[in-house]
Design a protein around this ligand. Sequence first.
Ligand code: ADP
Ligand code: MG
Length: 730
Amino acid sequence: MSLRTDAVKHVSHEKAASPDVRATKITAIFGESVFSIKVAREFLSDEAYKSLLNSFKGSKKIDRAVASQIATGIRAWAESKGVTHYTHWFQPLTGSTAEKHDSFFTLKSDGTAIEEFDGAALIQQEPDASSFPSGGLRATFEARGYSAWDPSSPPFIIEIGNGKTLCIPTIFVSYTGESLDYKAPLMKATEALNKAAVTVCNYFDKNVNKVTPTLGWEQEYFVIDEALVNARPDLIQCGRTVFGAAPAKGQQLEDHYFGSIPERVYAFMRDFENESYKLGIPLRTRHNEVAPAQFECAPIFEEVNIAVDHNILLMDVMTRIAKRHKLVVLLHEKPFAGINGSGKHNNWSLATDTGVNLLAPGKTPKTNLMFLTFFVNTIKAVHDYADILRASIASASNDFRLGANEAPPAIISVFVGEYLTKVLQDVESRVGTKFDEQDEAILKLDLHRSIPELLLDNTDRNRTSPFAFTGNKFEFRAVGSTANCSHPMTILNTIVADTLVKFAQEVDALIEKGDKKEIAIMQVIQKYIVSSKKILFEGDGYSEEWHKEAEKRGLPNLKTTPVALDAMVTEKAKKLFKDNNIYTHSELEARYEIELEKYIKKVQIEARIMGDLATNHIIPAAIKYQNELLKNVSLLREAALPEKLYKGQLTLLKDVSTHIQQVYDNVHAMVEERKVANNIEHSRDKAIAYESKVKAQYFDKIRYHVDKLEQLVDDELWTLPKYRELLFLR
Ligand code: ADP
Ligand code: MG
């Protein structure tokens, strides 16, 4: 019996597991595995608590003596929960998370066994991390990487089986200070944005001391039965199917979207939600997505650094909990051809410490002007740095999604809705006329009364936009489902910070020349509207016309990662990141190298899997069928039947033989191209070769013939689970 038939049989016996749900109320378990500020109050001395609170708010460093007190408190709490080990938890550039577990257990000099966790262990750890990608940074500086505590993200406990581990969120940097992870740059960008935004806020409100970017992500994913996945080497190794003919029924009926959640999946959801609640992840929505077996979950938005940690944690929790239910979560952007892919919309806004959402239209002319300021500056930032924003979401797996006709295109544009388009046009149309104080353009921005209209306007019509204003936030929809949101959020925060800094400079210059503040602000806003107009697009982003129109407007349409990444290392990018203190030139170059390398490896692995499946699964199955046909035809011939009675078999034989030969030839040619690509030294050239010579030339071609064979060969001989089984059995 083949793995496939075995797996299919298996699925029909699987029952929904009962989820491990102790409490009916979420609030009863929410955050129970987190060393929150509230828990800290209970376990720390006044001094230690105050110090932690200050650094939690990002204002003060913790000194070593106090750190030891905090560490002792954290250990006491963790031990009360049955924790024996701790780890520094960080986000290396590989895209997952890393941990190195140490136990609290240690021996005193006289051999007495004790449990210990001191300040030094809390603050800093030197992981044996030489194999994490560093783009040559650590080699260059002859230094090791170490992880350093990020007190703004609270420690938490991860449960695996019966083991419990205390995780300390950390940044990962080289000894000479270069960042080697995703978190450190995000924290820098958040700080840059805070500074710039507070300056601009203070034009309107002197009480604002802090501005925090907020992030609410929406995670899309597929859930497939584990036994079926285990029979698909491509899913195991690449997270996506490299072959598979379209099933008779795909997503054309869109019945999955409206349907109820299947029982096994539902049990799984409740289980992972429960785990997430314990970890303080504020999940709020769950629902089916458009494609069969596709789902989405989303939390309440949080401060960006915490939201990113929570997303990474969630992906990990989902993956682990799924195993308990004999299911597999596919986070890949495009696990199945011909069926919708998965994204991770990043809802982004700015919140002040006075409780104002800067991207929510205000209730008075003054707050309206503040809204308009941040709204227009964001558009201007996306306009000026569209190429860098595009690069921030580039990956081998997201390439399958962007530019296909069901996801935001690779062209970056901004959707603002009809009402705000009119507002912008109003302001713009006054070019040349000077604003005066009674100006209606300021006073008549009657935005708050139009809020219902705004929301209506912005909920439905933006589906095809990569960057859409949705009433009180921007939604960056082109982010891929596997991505660490940290990188796109670092870039978005940086480009908005940079734009706001320049905005304030221009406003100040006008004020110095004698303009009144509001008038000066209005002048610069108007200038920005004019200069960033071409990034605005309200139409269908999937359409052919938009691609033509975008080209006319001079908007880049970079469909593949190796070319999209160029934007990371232009002079413009180097200046942007240096000016705002996010990346040094060498850090930027290193990151660029790492991204190229990741791309090359991903395509290389996929190409190998294709070759492997074609040679070890597809061709053998097809040959068996070919032999059956041959036997059949020769017996018919022996029986002296007229050929017109087995013309069908002869055609089948010819078709099967043709496709076998095509698969063979193309796999062979692809392997040769891979050899050529592997000998290329320069990483950009190598990535381009992998993209244009290996992937673009052969992936679709090989797949075409394999999928044809799948439709011809006797079903009993086919070893790989088919789309109809993967997507519809559970
Ligand atoms: P939907 O898009 O499904 O209509 P919402 O607009 O309420 O639902 O929210 C979608 C996502 O946007 C949620 O993850 C939510 O937390 C997030 N979100 C809402 N407001 C903000 C904000 N001010 N900043 C960041 N994210 C936000
Ligand atoms: Mg949404």
